[in-house]
Write a protein that binds this ligand. Structure first.
Ligand SMILES: Cc1ncc(C[n+]2csc(CCOP(=O)(O)OP(=O)(O)O)c2C)c(N)n1
Length: 189
């Protein structure tokens, strides 16, 4: 499964959600499909996208929050899984695109390339719903089920180690930061 095709398949449904991504390839891919004011690309802070998603989900329980994480990123901050599980907001869907590599910085293999199981670690941390999918149909079905379940979910999507050809953006970090915050405030009115 290609990550961009997986994102494209659920893209229409992201309009009703708040989306936080990690930096690098996945943020460039989501942006290439069309930026929306409800998308925040957490640059540089590897491993902290789920923590930011957790904060938003807890403080805004009326919103559906979706996090796009990476295997290398979550492996850098495994304690995040235990914190997600402790607070277990029902409105948070944590998607880990697992390409078994640090693709954005050259493709060095991560521990999932040698058998570590992120969905298993999330389950052991206490995340109530977890799963691993390997093709687009299963990914879309798991996304829909997680949204309907209304329960904290960590969904691992096994994807090929393929990213965008270029990381070009005309959206500066600060503009994204202020636009996103304004958008969240506007949803309160
Ligand atoms: C704390 C920290 N260390 C290192 C980096 C450099 N860095 C940026 S992206 C990246 C790889 C991310 O890997 P993964 O989450 O698996 O996503 P992928 O690039 O494979 O899509 C690294 C090491 C960083 N941004 N932050």
């Amino acid at each position: 499964m290609l990550r961009i095709e997986a994102i494209q398949a659920i893209y229409p449904q992201l309009e009703q959600c708040v989306v936080v991504t990690i930096m690098g390839a996945v943020s460039a891919e989501l942006q290439s499909l069309g930026h929306q004011p409800n998308f925040f690309y957490l640059q540089h802070a590897m491993g902290l996208a789920s923590s930011m998603g957790l904060g938003i989900a807890l403080s805004r329980p009326e919103l559906k929050v979706v996090v796009f994480d990476g295997d290398g990123s979550i492996l850098m901050n495994l304690g995040a899984l235990t914190t997600l599980a402790r607070y277990r907001p029902k409105n948070l869907l944590h998607i880990v695109f697992d390409n078994e590599s640090l693709l954005s910085v050259g493709g060095f293999p991560t521990a999932t390339a040698t058998g570590s199981d992120i969905a298993g670690m999330a389950a052991a941390a206490g995340v109530p719903r977890t799963g691993t999918v390997r093709d687009i149909d299963a990914f879309v079905a798991a996304f829909d089920e997680a949204q309907a379940a209304n329960e904290l979910t960590t969904l691992v999507a096994k994807v090929e180690a393929v990213g965008p050809k270029a990381f070009v953006t005309d959206l500066p970090m600060l503009e994204n930061r202020f636009q996103f915050a304004r958008h969240l405030k506007s949803l309160k009115e």
